[in-house]
Design a protein around this ligand. Structure first.
Ligand SMILES: NC(=O)c1ccc[n+]([C@@H]2O[C@H](COP(=O)([O-])OP(=O)(O)OC[C@H]3O[C@@H](n4cnc5c(N)ncnc54)[C@H](OP(=O)(O)O)[C@@H]3O)[C@@H](O)[C@H]2O)c1
Length: 347
């Protein structure tokens, strides 16, 4: 039977990567979001998953779907608690809509994250999948409970990925740490000042981790099709755990600026008077005109540079079941910065 994937959140950071990866691997792919990406090579359906009737109207009858890859996420301002009721209802509406007597659904995969282990933290390091649910509000628990219950009712299996921070070569999503760093570096260079680390000394000394989006897409396909992964959750990170203090000089070198010391400030505040500097850079280098307060979500940068503890998701469970891929986080930054230059986002 051909694999037919329904990718929820197909216009999002992760969803569009999963959709493209699966299509390249020969899957039939159907994407779902409220505003489907224009020019997509895959079939796209516009549906509001928060609206049960709209979801039913648009998705009922997709009995050919064998796998759901769920990477949708209800809108949320940075720093606000994500809406558990709405996020759970969206997943429920989707599963209800495609459940039918002649459904071919065999697997439901959810993309979650490290927040499972406690949010905002600190969390144990290393942290393994068997760790209990952490403190702090997240919609992950309710969604996990929903797929566990659905699996026992309907007979399909589930898997959950827990990735960490991404760096996206596309520059249309401001919730991006690589974009925030690249633009900060351009501004510091323009000011003839070093690229300070926008966090505390303790954060600078801490280990962190990233998830390469291509690695994540391969991991999702693997866990959705490998029988040993049925009804399991997996950490998915690059597998190196650099200290910011080791990474920072290398990132600065990639961006052509001198590395500076930690400065525990708020990026959102720091950027509040830098628009003239950014506009001068954009004009002189003929960059794409994207306003400084739109190009990167500076509050998200503040969130990433806040933890004063090691963040290390153990990859042993995936390794034991046969997923051995790794990615070099510095190489990932280098690729992403090159992509920004090619798109004329940074000088
Ligand atoms: N971003 C990260 O750095 C990161 C890191 C680790 C884990 N995660 C986890 O990964 C998952 C996906 O996150 P993401 O960052 O990829 O999300 P995202 O970029 O914000 O994308 C969200 C997707 O959901 C769709 N969506 C939102 N509301 C919808 C609705 N009512 N009906 C239909 N579609 C809707 C959006 O499309 P429309 O707006 O067009 O509807 C979009 O395609 C989340 O569980 C997140 O916690 C993210």
């Amino acid at each position: 039977m051909p694999h037919v994937a329904l990718v929820a959140g197909a216009s999002g950071l992760i969803g569009r990567r999963i959709a493209a990866h699966l299509a390249a691997r020969g899957w039939d792919v159907i994407g779902v979001s409220r505003t489907p990406p224009s020019g997509s090579a895959q079939r796209q359906i516009a549906a509001d998953l928060a609206d049960a009737a709209d979801t039913r109207a648009k998705l009922a009858g997709l009995s050919e779907v064998t796998h759901v890859f769920y990477a949708a996420r209800y809108d949320h301002p940075e720093g606000a608690v994500e809406n558990e009721v709405a996020n759970t209802a969206m997943l429920r509406n989707l599963l209800d809509a495609i459940a039918s007597g002649d459904s071919h659904l065999v697997h439901v995969n959810l993309v979650h994250g490290t927040k499972y282990y406690g949010h905002p933290g600190p969390i144990p390091a290393p942290v393994a999948e068997e760790s209990p649910r952490g403190a702090g509000a997240t919609f992950y628990f309710a969604q996990e409970d929903l797929v566990r219950a659905g699996a026992s009712t309907h007979g399909w299996t589930w898997s959950i990925a827990r990735p960490h921070i991404f760096c996206d070569p596309a520059a249309d999503n401001p919730r991006s740490i690589s974009l925030a760093i690249a633009v900060l570096a351009a501004i510091q260079r323009e000011l003839e000042q070093p690229l300070f680390f926008p966090g505390s000394e303790q954060c600078f000394a801490s280990r962190t981790q990233f998830t390469d989006l291509a690695l994540l897409a391969r991991a999702l396909e693997w866990m959705a099709t490998e029988p040993r992964c049925a009804n399991q959750a997996f950490n998915v990170v690059n597998g190196d755990y650099p200290r910011w203090s080791d990474l920072w000089p290398q990132i600065a070198r990639l961006l052509g600026v001198e590395a500076g010391a930690p400065r525990a400030l708020r990026l959102a505040q720091y950027m509040s008077d830098k628009t003239p500097v950014w506009e001068a850079i954009v004009a002189r280098h003929r960059l794409r005109r994207i306003a400084l307060d739109r190009i990167a979500l500076w509050e998200y940068g503040d969130y990433v540079f806040r933890p004063e503890w090691d963040i290390i998701s153990a990859m042993d469970k995936a390794r034991r079941r046969g997923f051995h891929e790794r990615a070099d986080s510095l190489d990932m930054f280098a690729r992403v910065f090159t992509a920004y230059r090619e798109q004329r986002i940074i000088p």
